[in-house]
Design a protein around this ligand. Structure first.
Ligand code: GPQ
Length: 817
């Protein structure tokens, strides 16, 4: 495919004038002095205008096709910045560079002015955004649906070594990408009660009485596919009060009282919950979930009715994908609409539901499987609790018929846990869906064999796998121009929409000239990152060292602590032998901890403490540097990942559902050091065992080790280097003024059985790092392995993933050209 010709409505000639006009008319600002933020905004509005024209010009074909559509429901989307993504996907880069230059700016500097849209926590939200890009590119008719939070994920600052959180008021300076559709408001109900009545035909029916209402306003963000021919809409709901404020209270002088209900309503879309695993029992979170679901189903049904067919054809026109259990109340809501408002019979409504929904599970951590106390759910959504109880009653009859007399099985499978009276959202999602998928092969196997074996026995064929993917547009084409240019120069541009084409690079791994160019591209990215680190933290890092990177949310199971133990051990070895034959390293670690996650915050403090000590030690500072990167986010990932040489993916096997960072690193030519967990396994199979550093217990061995009663003390006693590293951390070597700071971390390890098996994998991790060092000392061999990583990553494109969903789960054909 040749580079897409810019269609007429892109009108690049007038771009410069348009930018200036927008600075004046929308921002109400002077052109002088030439402020980069103003010009960024002007450019953004100029692009937005072209994008809307493109959307209007292309949506007709999209509507005319009358094809089935998918609705991707997610409490989180993590798009990051939009400007450069729009520009690359729309093929406007050259024109925009020129226009920016004519105005006295570099396009890259203008792009740096944009704030990330951080409406997600991590992998789950970023996956949803990669899927939006791929649906648009692959012309899969569909929509994303989510919430437009006023405040996205908090900003992380490091103060005296500790994480501090700052509110992310991301729309404060305007958001050119968000199109408010003030004319399409819906009402969403909460509270009140369920009321039985008899209809004129004498049938007993139910309605939702005395409810409070909140308005849901749709705000659209358009997502252009690569080549600019297809645009997908991401519709995010903002909450607004239905009444404004109470005039009666106001007239009686109670202004604040009058504002109360308005504040209560608008709270719903105020802030993203900053946990990357489900939040248990918070009423506001439940209201957010229902708010998304109720508004979205209203929109879907409105569109369905407009297109003509009746409800029996609903599942042939509509597929709804539940991104984890967060939007699962949709199952009860669709039943409520069909039975209470459209007056369908229960069985007919239930068949429609099951054919419509599919559910993606993203975790096996038992503490993360979402449940709601039945009485809380019943207070906020009284009719839904009744409907869930009825779904449960009928479901348990099915279970009883299949396994007569097995009360234990009924209790284990029940949607409402009879012991705790909590609603198990995963059970509701499984029962209400026609497909349930995990996000990597190992994860899907664990779901079937360990987490939901009795559901799998009851519903053969319902459980399936779709291994995650990432968009090559943002994560290679746009984030890594140096490498993209090199690749395109050798194999042409088609890899951007057909990632398997990267395999054509394989023979080039044998070509010394190509390897030299490959190293030069990596070095350019390392220099770019070094400039960034210098700008952000004042610290200089050396591009001629091995860049060893672990960036992801802070979590005990992700084992940033194991990384620290490797660093401390390397530090000890270098202190003992300054001539040790290892390459100099820069270890970069970044990630946010949930604000209430005590242990994760302690581990951040440990990393910053180790960094302070190591970086101040003249004896080793030229051989080892440690950097904590504050505020890891999408736009930072775009700088960090292309510069990485070693990618740390070291979770306890069986605990990371998939991982997607692992894919981004390997696609950019980093070698992985990792465990046999999540998608690492499939990455190993793709790139070849000799091009990846795998170590540690397998998922089965983890299970067996725990079952046998693991004793970390014995392991530590048998390993002098491990004992030394733990001892230094435990007695305050890195924090002499507060020697007990890390006692809680060590207690977890040594007194509470080391659940994440850090000590069990320590020695294997160090041996894998020895292999890393040996290979890195042979630059030609390392570079060849790096090329083979990139060349073999075709499978991990989100284009492949969404096409699998379309075929196996949604039953949707991509639209033709
Ligand atoms: N994941 Cl359940 C999240 O980011 N947030 C969540 O609430 C849950 C899962 C991640 C998961 O930990 C990763 O292994 C996956 O790669 C990612 O979802 C996308 O599937």
């Amino acid at each position: 495919m040749a580079k897409p010709a810019a269609p007429d409505f892109h009108q690049l000639e007038s771009l410069g004038e348009d930018i200036k006009r927008y600075v004046l008319s929308i921002l109400g600002n002077d052109l002088y002095p030439p402020d980069p933020f103003r010009y960024y905004s002007g450019l953004a509005y100029a692009i937005r205008e072209r994008l809307i024209r493109m959307w209007l010009a292309t949506q007709a074909s999209y509507y005319d096709s009358m094809s089935k559509r998918v609705y991707y429901l997610s409490m989180e989307f993590l798009p990051g910045r939009f400007l450069m993504n729009y520009i690359t996907n729309m093929g406007m880069e050259d024109g925009c560079r020129q226009a920016a230059a004519d105005l006295g700016f570099s396009l890259d500097d203008l792009a740096e002015e944009e704030r990330d849209a951080g409406l997600g926590n991590g992998g789950l939200g970023r996956l949803a955004s990669c899927y939006m890009d791929s649906m648009a590119t692959q012309r899969i008719p569909g929509y994303g649906y989510g919430i437009l939070y006023d405040y996205g994920l908090f900003h992380q600052r490091i103060v005296n070594g500790w994480q501090e959180e700052e509110a992310d008021n991301w729309r404060r300076h305007g958001s050119p990408w968000v199109i408010d559709r003030v004319e399409h408001l819906y009402e969403v109900k909460f509270y009140g009660r369920s009321e039985a009545y008899t209809d004129p035909q004498g049938v007993l029916r139910y309605r939702w009485a005395e409810a409070d209402t909140v308005m849901a306003m749709p705000c659209d963000i358009l997502i252009p596919g690569h080549g600019g021919k297809h645009v997908t809409n991401m519709r995010l709901w903002a909450a607004a009060s239905s009444t404004g404020f109470s005039l009666r209270d106001f007239n009686q002088g109670d202004f604040l009282g009058a504002m109360q209900s308005k504040i209560h309503s608008e709270n719903i879309s105020k802030v993203l919950y900053p946990n990357d695993e489900p939040i248990q029992g918070k009423e506001l979170r439940l209201r957010q979930q229902y708010f998304l679901v109720a508004a979205t189903l209203r929109d879907i049904i409105r569109r369905h009715k407009k297109s003509g067919p009746g409800f029996d054809e609903f599942p042939d026109q509509v597929a709804i994908q539940l991104n984890d259990t967060h939007p699962t109340i949709a199952v009860a809501e669709l039943m409520r609409i069909l039975v209470d408002e459209e007056f369908l019979g229960w069985d007919e409504a239930w068949a429609i539901c099951r054919r419509t929904f599919a559910y993606t599970n993203h975790t096996v951590l038992p503490e993360a499987l979402e449940t709601w106390p039945a009485d809380l759910l019943g207070r906020v959504l009284p009719r839904h609790l009744e409907i869930i109880a009825e779904i449960d009653r009928r479901f348990l009859l099915e279970v009883a018929a299949a396994h007569p007399g097995d009360q234990g099985r009924q209790n284990r499978l029940a949607i409402i846990d009879p012991a705790s009276r909590r609603v198990r959202m995963a059970h509701l999602a499984i029962v209400g869906s026609h497909k349930v998928n995990g996000v990597a092969r190992l994860h899907s196997d664990i779901l079937r064999e360990k987490v939901f074996p009795e559901f799998d026995a009851l519903y053969p064929g319902k459980f399936t796998n779709v291994t995650n993917g990432i968009t090559p547009r943002r994560w290679l084409l746009q984030a890594n121009p140096a490498l993209s240019r090199l690749i395109t120069a050798r194999i042409g541009p088609d890899w951007t929409t057909d990632l398997d084409r990267l395999a054509e690079l394989l023979p080039l791994a044998e070509d010394p000239d190509f390897r030299k160019d490959w190293r030069a591209a990596k070095r350019e990215n390392k220099k770019r990152l070094a400039r960034y680190v210098l700008r952000k933290s004042g610290m200089g890092i050396n591009p001629d060292t091995l860049f060893d990177v672990q960036v992801k949310r802070m979590h005990e199971y992700k084992r940033q602590f194991l990384n620290v133990l490797h660093v401390v051990t390397l530090y000890n070895r270098l202190r003992r032998d300054p001539h040790l034959a290892v390459p100099p390293r820069t270890v970069l670690i970044g990630g946010k901890a949930a604000p209430g996650y005590f242990m994760a915050k302690r581990i951040i403090r440990l990393i910053t403490a180790v960094a302070e000590t190591v970086n101040a030690d003249d004896a080793v500072r030229s051989r080892l540097r440690v950097v904590f990167l504050p505020n890891y986010c999408v736009s930072q990932a775009e700088k960090v990942i292309p510069a990485a040489e070693l990618s740390q993916q070291i979770s306890t096997a069986g605990m990371e559902a998939s991982g997607t960072g692992n894919m981004k690193f390997a696609l950019n030519g980093a070698l992985t050091i990792g465990t046999l967990d999540g998608a690492n396994i499939e990455i190993m199979e793709a790139v070849g065992r000799e091009n990846i550093f795998i170590f540690g217990l397998t998922a089965k061995e983890v299970e067996a080790t725990r079952a046998a009663g693991y004793d970390p003390g014995r392991r530590v006693a048998a390993d002098a280097e491990l004992a030394e590293a733990l001892d230094m951390i435990g007695r305050g070597y890195f924090t002499p003024s507060e020697p007990d700071l890390f006692a809680p971390i060590l207690d977890n390890l040594l007194r509470h059985g080391d659940y994440y098996l850090v000590t069990a994998d320590y020695r294997a991790c160090l041996e894998a790092q020895d292999a890393v060092n040996a290979l890195y000392l042979d630059p030609e061999a390392w570079t060849a392995a790096s090329i083979r990583n990139t060349a073999n990553m075709g499978f991990f494109s989100s284009d492949r993933a969404v096409l699998e969903y379309a075929k196996n789960i949604w039953n949707i054909e991509p639209l033709g050209e």
